[in-house]
Every structure is written in structure tokens, then in C-alpha cells.
Design a binder for this molecule. Structure first.
Ligand code: NAD
Ligand code: TYD
Length: 363
């Protein structure tokens, strides 16, 4: 059976991707999800998938920095494809504690690449073999730095990372690219813009604003709120990665964007409007007569806050026929509905109860 090793599959995008692969693509093989279960990892995201695909889905708790573990996994499962999501992913956390970002994002990516190289390239190839390997590295548009009022990031834009998070991702991109150029490892890379959708951990702007609003807590907007992000629905991102795996060429990088530039303050206001439609503040006792918009609170800006990101996704559109399909209005409404409809998940994450569930089941 063909095996795809997905790292970081208990996180936001990784869990959406595994669900997408098993439910939507017709992939006949097995998915092995390797995840360390940091604060951001929650196997509950895939509990239904685990039950439904007993023989085709395996979860392994472990660290991508652990060479011994990686060797054992490659020996046991012989994956032909690696899709690498595992990372420390939050810019604010990288400002207050960069160490884990350097460890996981740089050393961990190196360990995975090195293990794939040793299993895929250092053995004597069977000339009759039709196996085609692929290492897909998932990265961010933040490696390109910050834009002025105009222009978009292209694959050829020089790297200019400005936070510890983006610097660690830039470093991992360079190492992945070097493994292709030096050793011929079949690597592809995607650099995408800000994702949103179900299972998003509520430290990032959109889920934080939705859940704070429902509890009548302040909606913190950094600085003047006029920073711009290019929002990409997570389902569209999963489809883009799948397209790259199927049709992308080894050695290539693809930028993936949502064609959806918005200031942070306008995003927060749209969240408030969506909530007023789907869960009116007037009927929410936590709001005590206030509207959701009344909760918007401007707070101290993030250190080194990048002003604007925007993606030119012309290459993946022309070359692989992918473009985003979900409008922000639709994606946001679906996201808000998902958080409203998944009170148990939200409760477990907000109270930290998911951590004790993890301890009981996975330690
Ligand atoms: P996330 O923080 O929700 O999930 C990260 C997952 O990686 C968690 O399950 C965590 O437990 C796991 N992990 C962390 N360290 C690990 C380690 N050492 N070994 C094994 N597992 C480990 O992140 P996300 O938002 O799903 O992002 C996934 C990938 O996409 C990351 O590489 C990120 O840089 C990239 N990305 C994210 C966005 C976004 O908007 N969320 C945008 C662009 C790129
Ligand atoms: P975030 O979701 O943390 O993603 P990233 O830093 O990777 O872009 O933040 C998105 C934008 O929202 C970013 O410009 C920072 C801003 N922001 C706020 O204004 N308030 C918040 O509480 C958070 C978490 C982010």
C-alpha cells in the first residue's frame, strides 16, 4: 500500500489536509500522521477519521527532530510521499520565545530531509521500479518580508524574513531547496498566505476574534489595524497542495494565495457582522447589551509587525490549473458556523481540557 507521511497532522492545516486526502481525493493508500502534540496539536481534530479509516490512518506521537524515530518510521512504513506541515507557527510566540522555532522549523526540517535522502536516494535504485518519491515542504509568504502599498510576492521575490518565525521558515525553505539542487531529492515547496477555517487554534486572529466575541471579551487589534493579509480558505490550500503533489515538478516552488487582501480591522468587523447574523449579540447574555463591534479594542502593536502581504499565484494557476474557489464571505460564514456548531471542541481547547485528554491517551 502506498504511504504518505504527514508531519504536523494534528494541527490546523495538517488535520484539514489529512481529512481532505482521505475523504475527497480517492487516494487509495495509507496516511501516517507524525505529530509531537505541542500546545497546537490536537488529535481530537481527526478522531472521526481515525475511527473511519482504521487500516489506512495511523497516528504516531513524536518529534520531527528525532532521527531515531524518523529512521524507524521510514523502515516500518516506507513512505513514498512526505508532506511536511510540522512547525511552530505563531509569530507572537516566536517573538517571546524563538528557541522552539529554531529547533522544530530548522533542525526538524533538516532531520526529515536527511532521513528521506538516506532512504530514497542512498539505496541502490531498482531500474524497474516505478516508485516516484516526493517531499513537499509547506511554507509561508512571510519569508518574503513586508510589502509597501503595491506589488505582490512572486516565487522570484528575494527572501527578507523579519520575525523569528519567518526567519526559521526561510531557513527551512533554503535547506529543502538545497537538498533538491545538491542531492536531487524530489522536493517541492509551497509558500502560502494566511489560512482560516475549521480547527484553527484560537491564538490566531480569526478564531480568537470569533471566540472572544462570543464570550463578550475584547477583540484585540494590533496598532492601527491597517496591516493587510491575503486570506486563504484552508480547503483551497489543501486542494493546492494536492495539485502540487499530483502535477507539480520536483525542484519547483509555488506561491498559493487567496486573492483576498484585507486590513485586519476590516476582517474583525466582518467577523462581527457574520456573528450578528448567525448568533445575534442581542440574544447573547455575555454581551450585556453591547454589539460585537463594541468589543473591538486597539492594543499595542506587535514588535516588527509586517505591514502588508499579498500573493501572486499566477504560476500555480497557469502551470497546474489551481486558483482559490472560496470567497471570504462564504469561507468566513462557514468558519463561524463551524465554531458555533462545535462547542465541545471549542470548550476542550479553551479550557485546556484537550491537554489532559492527550496526556491520558498519548503519553
Ligand atoms: P499549527 O500550529 O496549527 O500546527 C502545527 C502542528 O505541528 C501541531 O500539531 C504541532 O503539534 C506539530 N508540531 C510542532 N512541533 C513539532 C515537532 N517538533 N515534531 C512534530 N510535530 C510538531 O500550524 P498550522 O497553522 O497548521 O501550520 C502548518 C504549516 O503551514 C506550518 O509549517 C506553517 O509554517 C505553515 N503555514 C501556516 C499558515 C497559516 O496561516 N496557519 C500560513 C502559511 C504557512
Ligand atoms: P495572525 O493570525 O497571528 O497571523 P500572522 O501573524 O501569521 O499573519 O495575525 C494576523 C494579523 O492579525 C497580523 O497582522 C497580526 C494581527 N492580529 C491582531 O491584530 N490581533 C490579534 O489578537 C492577533 C492574534 C493578530
Amino acid at each position: 500500500m502506498k504511504t504518505m507521511l504527514v508531519t504536523g497532522g494534528a494541527g490546523f492545516i495538517g488535520s484539514n489536509f489529512i481529512r481532505y486526502v482521505l475523504e475527497k481525493t480517492g487516494f487509495p493508500g495509507r496516511v501516517v500522521n507524525l505529530d509531537k502534540l505541542t500546545y497546537a496539536g490536537n488529535p481530537e481534530n481527526l478522531e472521526d477519521i481515525r475511527r473511519k479509516y482504521k487500516s489506512r490512518y495511523a497516528f504516531v506521537k513524536g518529534d520531527i527532530c528525532d532521527f531515531r524515530l524518523l529512521n524507524g518510521l521510514f523502515k516500518k512504513y516506507s513512505p513514498e510521499t512526505v508532506v511536511h506541515f510540522a512547525a511552530e507557527s505563531h509569530v507572537d510566540r516566536s517573538i517571546f520565545g524563538p528557541k522552539d522555532f529554531i529547533e522544530t522549523n530548522i533542525h526538524g526540517t533538516f532531520a526529515l530531509l536527511e532521513t528521506a535522502r538516506s532512504f530514497w536516494l542512498s539505496r541502490i535504485p531498482d531500474p524497474r521500479s516505478s516508485i516516484s518519491y516526493r517531499f513537499h515542504h509547506v511554507s509561508t509568504d512571510e519569508v518574503y518580508g513586508s510589502l509597501g502599498k503595491t506589488g505582490k510576492f512572486k516565487e522570484t521575490t528575494p527572501y527578507d524574513p523579519r520575525s523569528p518565525y519567518s526567519a526559521s521558515k526561510a531557513s527551512s525553505d533554503h535547506i529543502a531547496r538545497a537538498y533538491h539542487h545538491t542531492y536531487g531529492l524530489p522536493v517541492t515547496i509551497s509558500n502560502c498566505s494566511n489560512n482560516y477555517g475549521p480547527y484553527h487554534f484560537p491564538e490566531k486572529l480569526i478564531p480568537l476574534a470569533i471566540l472572544n466575541a462570543l464570550e463578550g471579551k475584547p477583540l484585540p487589534v494590533y496598532g492601527d489595524g491597517l496591516q493587510v493579509r491575503d486570506w486563504l480558505y484552508v480547503g483551497d490550500h489543501c486542494a493546492a497542495i494536492w495539485r502540487i503533489l499530483r502535477k507539480g515538478r520536483a525542484g519547483e516552488t509555488y506561491n498559493v494565495g487567496g486573492n483576498c487582501e484585507k486590513t485586519n480591522i476590516s476582517v474583525v468587523k466582518e467577523i462581527c457582522r457574520a456573528l450578528e447574523r448567525l448568533a445575534p449579540s442581542a440574544a447573547n447574555p455575555a454581551l450585556k447589551g453591547r454589539s460585537y463591534e463594541d468589543l473591538i479594542t486597539f492594543v499595542k502593536d506587535r514588535a516588527g509587525h509586517d505591514r502588508r502581504y499579498a500573493i501572486d499565484f499566477g504560476k500555480i494557476k497557469r502551470g497546474l490549473g489551481w486558483s482559490p474557489s472560496v470567497t471570504f464571505a462564504r469561507g468566513l460564514a462557514e468558519t463561524v458556523r463551524w465554531y458555533l456548531g462545535n462547542a465541545a471542541w471549542v470548550g476542550n481547547v479553551k479550557t485546556g481540557a484537550y491537554r489532559s485528554w492527550l496526556k491520558k491517551n498519548y503519553d
